[in-house]
Design a protein around this ligand. Sequence first.
Ligand code: NAD
Length: 243
Amino acid sequence: MFSFENKIVVITGAAGGIPTATAKLFYDLGASLALGDLDVDKITGATAAMDGDRVLCHALDVTSTTSFDSFKAAVMERYGRCDVLVTAAGLYRDRMVAEMTDAEWATMMAVNVDGVFRACRAFGDAMGEGGAIVNIASLAGHKGSREHAHYAAAKGAVLSFSRSLAAELAPRVRVNCVSPGLVDTGFVASLLEKIGTAMEDATPMKRRGEPEDIARAIAFLASDWASFVTGETIHVNGGFSML
Ligand SMILES: NC(=O)c1ccc[n+]([C@@H]2O[C@H](COP(=O)([O-])OP(=O)(O)OC[C@H]3O[C@@H](n4cnc5c(N)ncnc54)[C@H](O)[C@@H]3O)[C@@H](O)[C@H]2O)c1
């Protein structure tokens, strides 16, 4: 198994279901964590049992450059560098395009793609040789998603942004994406209410994803085991995307 001993891992949206599982996995593999989210109390609670010397919890609004400046300053003061960045902050809303306001479109872009750009801009240059960025995209960014065109467009942009950034930051830093399918978190509660078990019924592996399924793919891409992988995307969806 690979190790993140002495590695500094920064995660945005760290209070969420997938990012919390990701933070726990990196911690168990030896990393020190810098965790940012709008809901800082939730991250503090989720990490209460961890060694405080290896965890920094900080308020972060990914729609704000000033907020990133403050988060980065706190990371630099505590750890002096960043080895791995995971951009996990995300927002999901149901809306048909015909009914979508400019503000709704802009909010989804601000969190789901501008937030990834801001994170990569802030931390990309704080990474030394062997650094790794993993951006969480979505199956929606590849296939589209009815009633979520703004979300799908933002995630599609994350995929192409990541490939462009991979070319800019190589060979010092690798940049990859994980594209989850349906994962059991509060994020998709409204979708599950509407579709019930239809999606897992249609999934070859016959279940929803668990946050840990995504965390393990992220850890692999961030690890030295993926040292020749950059500009790529791993799909984690139980085979749904091959149908
Ligand atoms: N759950 C799924 O089925 C699924 C599928 C595909 C992709 N994803 C992606 O995985 C990532 C994590 O999703 P999750 O399922 O854990 O959802 P989640 O809602 O549990 O986590 C998202 C986190 O992002 C945070 N966030 C939202 N806006 C923010 C902002 N402006 N600044 C800082 N933080 C902000 C929220 O507070 C929350 O903690 C997201 O990028 C999401 O798009 C999830």
